[in-house]
Design a binder for this molecule. Structure first.
Ligand code: ATP
Length: 939
């Protein structure tokens, strides 16, 4: 492939190398600072192909297919089949093997579907890159990058192709994916004349697979796809093979345990039969096999995987993309959500509403990014002098910004922005006074930038002026004041005395108390002589210009989500880079803070606190404000030490450690950096706090659903086992109502679709009114076993045995249970009745398992369509088994009189009614408990 040979194959000059100048690089790749034209980019995609890596498959599909036929249970069934052949019952042998085959195919299909669902979710997370084409900065999909594209790099970006830098400002890149070295590497745009460097050590190149840790840059793509350094070394598997989640591990364990118990019980029965009854060896063996098969929950594990996958699909519909299946279950246990403010709790649609310059106060009208509105002084006249100062202030603000305003498009989209909303808001305010970015930028071109960083809380830019260079700076007001020594009063420059500082802080606080986000703006001149490599060399002795305050209204749905969290006993802790008073005002508005005196802990306070102090502080209502991302990590660690299950949000590069450390790292899909998205377990496609809460609700629902179908499957084990028990203890005088084949037809036939349907139940009302589940809690609890085996199971067993006897009693054996014929048409039709009774009672059972606490009538009888499809499927299967001769033969059934269905359907509601009764009592009991708790009475 020629994609790695450079662009210009007819060019006789040498391919650019690390010592080439920027202009040589531009010319070799036939481009310039305006980037490629759209048509050229299209031509190059055709010529060089998409920027994708060829994937090597993880495990052959055949091996994964075969795995479903070689686990412990499958091996047991294979052997069981062989023994059946040897024992002279080829029919049974074939049937057992068929069952094994169907079970394996079913499991494989479930796994396959779960994997497809996960793949589909990943596709919703395309990697985007910012490029310049035809002079416009735009976002494109990383796979559309071509050699010659001008790539814009900023903090947190994932680099998607190899590229030569043409501009770099404070650029540091983590190349750990290529070199294993975790320390970020400094990158430059200048030609480099060193020798003996391997390609990945080139300081003026960036490489695919690496990411920007800090700073900004502009780079020309040199190589894409498999030609990149990453493509050369990547043995990319199709995603990392996922570890089994704790829940899946638990299910493996449960299935194994149950198999061992079932085999032991089966063996015990085998011994009992040959010693207590006259049943011969071969038949005893079949009965024992029946017991084993009856108890082993064959389809449980794949159904759990599928339920998790279905849960993550439902979460995706509610804007939360899950990257690890295990996160689904952890989400359900979340007890604390640490959230940042801007964009997550608020809309991140900034509108400047107030401006303050020493001596003047302005109101700004208009909402959103449309530059429509006015700036008017609060009092007094808008004198030319004041206008000039305001202009100077806004010019400083916009020149020290990277955002762009995008006018409305013909398709109806209004004014939009590219870049940081805080900066865009300043651009909009400036436009309201007729100040255009392009014009100002032309007059004072930018020479250098020290990008915003959430530790310094400052950003500054150096511009070329006529005599001197000009520095514009903006940032958190206190940070700006800390490095300012003077301010303008009219056109006079005055020293910044403590009173003036206090005055500015008071204005800042009054804005912040209204929930406004405030930035300070400052400037200074700088002689041309001198090198300015680091922000510290520039960001001092500034002249303070004023404050700009913007509204960022809370998202409308957040207050409701906060309420939901409080009901669900989930704590919310705001950890923001913004100012304490702003944070407090917003927190109060959306209900995170309800007390009178929340504690506001700043990053500086946190640095002073001991571990114990922090633990104590975390018991109070608390807001962390003006913190750096590193502080987040400490809070998360401490909360985890206190035993909490912590979800934490983040968007920047520095948030990655906290995202990794938390039980659930939540990255912002829109504003988040690629690095944060990579570190997270979940990505929000709408950056919205409410989506985290929805995901928690879905996580709880998934776990509840897994419990529901486990309970459902376990219940029918009882009526499957009872006939064997009666048969053995009556010394074979009570005929066996359900033999191996009928049992298998339930476990691997009629029960399957209804169990799956329970896996897709929507969250039950009230699911968010309970405290979070303990992460160590097991799916199979004592109460689940009691409910299945000692409550619903016995009722179902009575139904099944009564249906079995009913057929005898209505055929001349009235009242008799012993010494009934154990073969012939009556026996087989009685087996048919017993089997049909399992199925009809399972209808009530599946409905009963739809809820844990609520009455099914309160959630809507028909609200889960899948349940009714499941019920229809089991009825169709049972009709086939009873009425189609071929299946009658295999399963050992015979038809019974049609009116007997009335008897069978009379049993259908039994389990549902029993459960409604139990749940009703439970709810009543809980209500009384809550009442006692609320009134303080002692029961
Ligand atoms: P959160 O952490 O909740 O998302 P945040 O976005 O306000 O809140 P930071 O991005 O760390 O947190 O910003 C901290 C402060 O820095 C802001 O309150 C603001 O005063 C200032 N600031 C934010 N963005 C910029 C920017 N682009 N340029 C200069 N200063 C900024």
């Amino acid at each position: 492939m020629d994609r790695d040979k450079g662009i210009n194959k007819t060019d006789t000059r040498a391919e650019p190398s690390l010592s080439s100048s920027v202009s040589e690089v531009y010319s070799w790749y036939q481009t310039n600072s305006h980037g490629l034209s759209f048509s050229e980019a299209e031509t190059r995609v055709k010529k060089y192909g998409k920027n994708t890596l060829e994937r090597t498959r993880k495990k052959s599909i055949y091996i994964r297919f075969l795995k479903n036929f070689s686990h412990l249970m499958a091996i047991l069934l294979w052997i069981g089949g062989i023994v059946a052949f040897i024992a002279g019952m080829p029919q049974l042998g074939v049937a057992v093997w068929m069952v094994n085959l169907i079970n394996g195919l079913f499991s494989f299909w479930q796994e396959f579907r779960a994997e497809k669902a996960a793949d589909a979710l990943m596709k919703l997370l395309p990697v985007k890159v910012r490029v310049i084409r035809e002079g416009q900065s735009m976002e494109i999909s990383a796979e559309d990058l071509v050699p010659g594209d001008l790539m814009v790099l900023s903090e947190g970006d994932h680099i998607s192709a190899d590229a030569r830098l043409v501009e770099a400002s404070q650029l540091r890149v983590s190349q750990s994916t290529l070199t294993g070295e975790s320390h970020p590497v400094k990158k430059i745009a200048d030609p480099f004349f060193g020798t003996d460097l391997s390609k990945i050590e080139y300081p003026n190149y960036v490489f695919a697979g690496t990411s920007v840790v800090s700073g900004t840059g502009l780079a020309i793509v040199t190589t894409t796809g498999m030609g990149t350094e990453f493509g050369n070394v990547a043995h990319l598997t199709q995603g990392i093979e996922e570890d089994k989640s704790p829940l899946q591990q638990e299910m493996v364990h449960v299935t194994r345990m149950v198999t061992i118990v079932a085999v032991s019980v089966g063996f015990l029965f085998f011994l009992m039969l040959i010693s207590l009854t006259q049943v011969n060896l071969a038949e005893s063996f079949i009965f024992a096999l029946g017991m084993i098969v009856a108890f082993v929950p064959e389809g449980l594990l794949p159904t759990v995987t599928l339920a998790l996958a279905r849960g993550s699909q439902r979460m995706a519909k509610r804007h939360a993309l899950i990257k690890r299946l295990s996160a689904v279950e952890t989400l359900g246990c979340t007890s604390v959500i640490c959230t940042d403010k801007t964009g997550t709790l608020t809309q991140n649609e900034m509108t400047v509403s107030r401006i303050w310059l020493p001596g003047s106060n302005f109101h700004v009208t208009g909402v959103g990014y449309e530059p429509k509105g006015d700036i008017t002084p609060e009092q007094g006249e808008f004198t030319p002098e004041i206008q000039t100062r305001l202009k100077q202030f806004l010019i400083a603000g916009i020149l020290c910004s990277n955002a762009r305003l995008i006018p409305p498009k013909p398709d109806g989209t209004g004014w939009t922005i590219l870049g940081d909303p805080t900066e865009a808001a300043i651009l909009v305010a400036a436009e309201k006074l007729g100040i255009r970015y392009e014009q100002e930028n032309h007059e004072f071109p930018r020479a250098r930038e020290f990008p915003f960083d959430s530790r310094r809380k400052l950003m500054s830019t150096i511009h070329l002026g006529t005599e001197d260079q000009v520095v514009y700076l903006k940032g958190a007001p206190k940070a700006v004041l800390d490095i300012s020594t003077s301010y303008y009063e009219g056109s006079d420059k005055r020293e910044l005395e403590p009173e003036m500082r206090a005055g500015i802080i008071a204005v800042n606080d009054s804005f912040a108390e209204q929930g406004l986000r405030v930035l300070g703006i400052a400037m200074k001149t700088l002689p041309y002589s001198g090198s300015y490599e680091n922000p510290e060399e520039v960001e001092h002795d500034m002249t303070f210009l004023g404050l700009i305050a913007m509204m960022d209204p809370p998202r409308p749905e957040v207050a409701e989500a906060v309420k939901k969290c409080h009901h669900a006993r989930i704590r919310i802790i705001m950890i923001t880079g913004d100012y304490g008073l702003t944070a407090k005002s917003i927190a109060r508005r959306i209900g995170i803070i309800t007390g009178d005196n929340p504690r506001i802990v700043t990053g500086a306070d946190l640095d002073q606190m001991s571990g114990e102090e922090l633990k104590n502080a975390l018991n109070d209502e608390i807001i962390f404000a003006r913190v750096a991302p590193e502080h987040k990590l400490r809070v998360v660690e401490t909360l985890r030490e206190c035993g909490h299950i912590v979800a934490v949000t983040g968007d920047g590069v520095n948030d990655a450690p906290a995202l990794k450390k938390a039980d659930i790292g939540v990255a912002m899909g829109i504003s988040g950096t690629d690095v944060a998205k990579e570190a997270a377990d979940m990505v929000l496609t709408d950056d919205n706090f409410a989506s985290i809460v929805n995901a928690v609700e879905e996580g709880r629902a998934v776990y509840a659903n897994i419990k529901k179908f486990t309970g459902y499957i376990f219940t029918s084990n009882t009526p499957e086992a009872v006939p064997f028990i009666l048969f053995a203890f009556s010394k074979a005088r009570i005929p066996l109502a359900l033999d191996v084949m009928p049992i298998l037809s339930v476990d691997l036939g009629t029960d399957l679709v209804p169990a799956l349907a329970l896996g897709s139940e929507p969250p039950e009302p009230g699911i968010m009114d309970k405290p979070p589940r303990n992460l160590k809690e097991h799916v199979i609890t004592r109460s689940l076993l009691l409910k299945s085996y000692l409550w619903l199971g016995p009722i179902q067993s009575i139904a099944v045995m009564s249906a079995f006897f009913f057929q005898y009693w209505t055929h001349g054996y009235w009242g008799q249970i012993f010494d009934l014929p154990a073969e012939g048409p009556i026996y087989h039709s009685a087996v048919g009745m017993a089997l049909a009774a399992v199925v009809t009672t399972q209808i009530g059972n599946v409905l009963a398992h739809r809820t844990e606490r609520s009455s099914i009538f309160s959630i809507g009888f028909f609200s889960n369509r899948m349940i009714w499809i499941g019920i229809a499927s089991e009825l169709i299967i049972i009709l086939i088994i009873i009425y189609v001769p071929f299946f009658q033969e295999i399963i050992g059934t015979a038809p019974f009189p049609v009116e007997n269905w009335l008897f069978l359907f009379a049993w259908a509601p039994a389990l549902l009614l029993a459960e409604e009764l139990r749940k009703g009592v439970l709810r009543k009991f809980e209500k009384t408990r809550v009442k006692i708790e609320n009134t303080g009475e002692i029961a």
